[in-house]
Ligand binder design. Structure first.
Ligand code: MN
Length: 436
């Protein structure tokens, strides 16, 4: 159920499939008027500020605020939008998010000539802008919430042992990652160096990772903080979750495999985590909410909710070798998967992450864990796609990939829509692997 109330068909409905924008090219694009994701951008003559993507343009919310475009609907709009991070806006909470989104939707909607004129001056072609990290990451947590990923990883990393640990169906397993190395889409990823023990060797060596991998994930980001010492009950998580963004949790499998005994991921993942420069607000995802999967055995009460916290998203990984880049070829799609079947939902993840009394802060990023499906070609990382490197993937330039090579370009994409619903495309996550 929505924590952001809206009435279908009313002026405040921002997701109706029949809404149209006057902005050229917006209708039918992934950044249609039903989407309205938030980001932070700069332009030659402007300091960083908050914007909303629409078609191939950005609506400069600081300019809208300066022109009085939010009037009384959004108090302190200048302070929220004439800044280099989404954190103040995210901290303001659901009523401010709703008022802002309703106002932006009205400004960009076809059939409102006055609004059109007011907004046109604040509209900038995206080609003239540079995107920044959209929010300052407070803490970063990564889960392990795909049943297929957890099962595949168990089989590949611990052959012969039980594929799932005994706790897996009772709680969303996760670890605390490194907030300071979360980078925006487009940031090059420098191949990590570290300790690994080559197969069959007695002693470890230190050097560049030879098993660099991607992890296709969906993250959510926290708006208003919670109070230290108490949990966020599962029925209240919607008051804290601002929106979602695609995440690439780059992983060095050889470093990870050697160091994660007996504790969890450390240097094998902390070198870089890429996030989209566009954050899709929860309100835009209302038409795509679905119930989470049936959980067996039943979960404890604090993890139980009847509200549909699953998201019906289609996800994919694209890979481009240096040869394909040189030849101008597009990415090969090496994985296609869905997010709706994730065993643990973001509501359960947030309820669990705070059940011990740990508080959350504005800007906390929680990622889903690798999203894998049940069939070949739907796995969300190379470890699974190539069976730990034993079955390299053929690429369209004739080369093969067991793990990433220097010069490889990876893109993560996500979309939702169809069946009479609007079509949204999440902000992509790009990254190119570079030698140190
Ligand atoms: Mn991960």
């Amino acid at each position: 159920m929505s924590m952001i109330p809206h009435a279908n068909g009313s002026a405040d409905d921002t997701t109706g499939a029949d809404l149209r924008s006057w902005v050229e090219g917006a209708d039918g694009s992934g950044f249609c008027i039903q989407h309205l994701p938030y980001g932070v951008f700069t332009k030659a003559d402007r300091s960083p500020r908050v914007g909303v993507a629409i078609g191939d343009a950005i609506l400069d919310l600081a300019a809208v605020a300066a022109a009085g475009g939010f009037a009384d609907a959004v108090p302190d709009a200048q302070a929220l939008f004439a800044t280099d991070r989404l954190n103040p806006f995210m901290a303001a909470g659901p009523s401010v998010w709703q008022a802002t989104r309703a106002r932006v939707s009205r400004l960009l909607r076809a059939g409102a000539p006055d609004a059109h004129r007011a907004a046109a001056e604040a509209l900038i072609p995206r080609s003239e802008t540079t995107m920044r990290m959209p929010f300052e990451v407070a803490d970063y947590v990564d889960f392990f919430s795909s049943l297929d990923h957890a099962s595949n990883a168990g089989r590949l990393l611990r052959p012969g042992a039980a594929t799932l640990s005994p706790n897996w169906r009772h709680l969303p397993v996760g670890y605390h990652g490194r907030a300071g190395t979360v980078v925006p889409s487009g940031t090059p990823v420098i191949r990590p160096h570290g300790q690994r023990r080559p197969p069959g060797a007695e002693a470890p060596v230190c050097g560049p990772s030879r098993r660099l991998d991607v992890e296709l994930e969906v993250g959510f980001v926290i708006g208003p903080p919670s109070t230290l010492g108490g949990p966020v009950p599962i029925e209240h998580v919607g008051e804290h979750i601002f929106g979602i963004a695609l995440v690439n949790d780059w992983s060095a499998r050889d470093i990870q495999g050697w160091e994660s005994q007996p504790l969890g991921p450390f240097l094998g993942k902390s070198f870089a985590t890429s996030v989209s420069v566009w954050v899709t607000p929860l309100a835009a995802l209302e038409p795509f909410r679905v119930p989470g999967p049936v959980q067996e055995p039943p979960v404890l009460d604090y993890l139980r909710t009847d509200h549909p916290w699953g998201l019906d998203l289609c996800l994919e990984i694209g890979l481009r070798s240096p040869g394909m880049v040189a030849g101008g070829a597009p990415h090969d799609v090496i994985s296609r998967t869905g997010f709706a079947g994730m065993y643990w939902t973001m509501a359960q993840q947030l309820a669990h992450a705070t059940v011990n009394g740990a508080s959350v802060r504005t800007g906390d990023l929680f990622a889903s864990g690798t999203v894998s499906g049940p069939v070949r070609g739907s796995e969300g990382c190379l470890l699974e796609l190539t069976r730990a490197g034993r079955e390299p993937l053929p690429l369209s330039d004739g080369s093969t990939r067991a793990f990433l090579e220097d010069g490889d370009e990876v893109v993560l994409r996500g979309s939702c829509g169809g069946n009479g619903r609007p079509h949204l495309e999440l902000g992509e996550v790009h990254g190119k692997v570079m030698a140190r």
